[in-house]
Design a protein around this ligand. Sequence first.
Ligand SMILES: O=P(O)(O)OC[C@H]1O[C@H](OP(=O)(O)OP(=O)(O)O)[C@H](O)[C@@H]1O
Ligand SMILES: Nc1nc2[nH]cnc2c(=O)[nH]1
Length: 185
Amino acid sequence: MTTTSSVPALAQALTRSELLFKREDLETVIAHIGRAVDAALDGERAVFLTVMNGALMFGAQLALAIRTDLEFDYVHATRYRGATSGKDLHWLREPSVSLQGRVVLLVDDILDEGHTLKAVRDDCLRRGAKRVLVATLCRKLHDRCVEGIQSDFNGVELPDRYVFGYGMDYYEQGRNLPAIYALKE
Ligand SMILES: O=P(O)(O)OC[C@H]1O[C@H](OP(=O)(O)OP(=O)(O)O)[C@H](O)[C@@H]1O
Ligand SMILES: Nc1nc2[nH]cnc2c(=O)[nH]1
């Protein structure tokens, strides 16, 4: 199977990648996040705001692990646009549910440098959210994260290398791999 453009091939990337977390481990971790979110919500019906596309898989599994009833919406903000380093943030879809006076659970796959989540969190507050909780499947360990953003709930910690799988892309490929891989170099 070949790709239709000149982007680097996923199969090639897999040969020079390391498997970091497999599906079963991630499912266990996500179930724990669900319990923690229930405790934090304490019965309040939050807006579950998924940041597309990367959070598609994590968002679905996390939602099923939360017992408290939720209202769903999504945003699409992208900084990486299929590349392996981030640039300016582009808003492709804003929330449609009113966030005024609401608790928002902001759900994303990865907290890397934090620009995306910071911008989306600040936008939620501008729209009147009374509290924004941030849930991420993974976060990278480095000192380049912008000030003023962190995950309230996070699944796993990653080395400072480009990762893909479980929602995260390698040149828009590999999002449906059921594990997280890191490029070796
Ligand atoms: O912490 P940051 O350095 O801002 O990076 C994290 C963001 O990067 C990815 O999105 P991307 O822009 O690749 O769009 P995608 O979700 O469509 O893949 C990921 O889904 C996060 O939203
Ligand atoms: N796929 C992917 N998206 C990201 N967004 C920010 N960092 C990363 C990363 O390492 N991989």
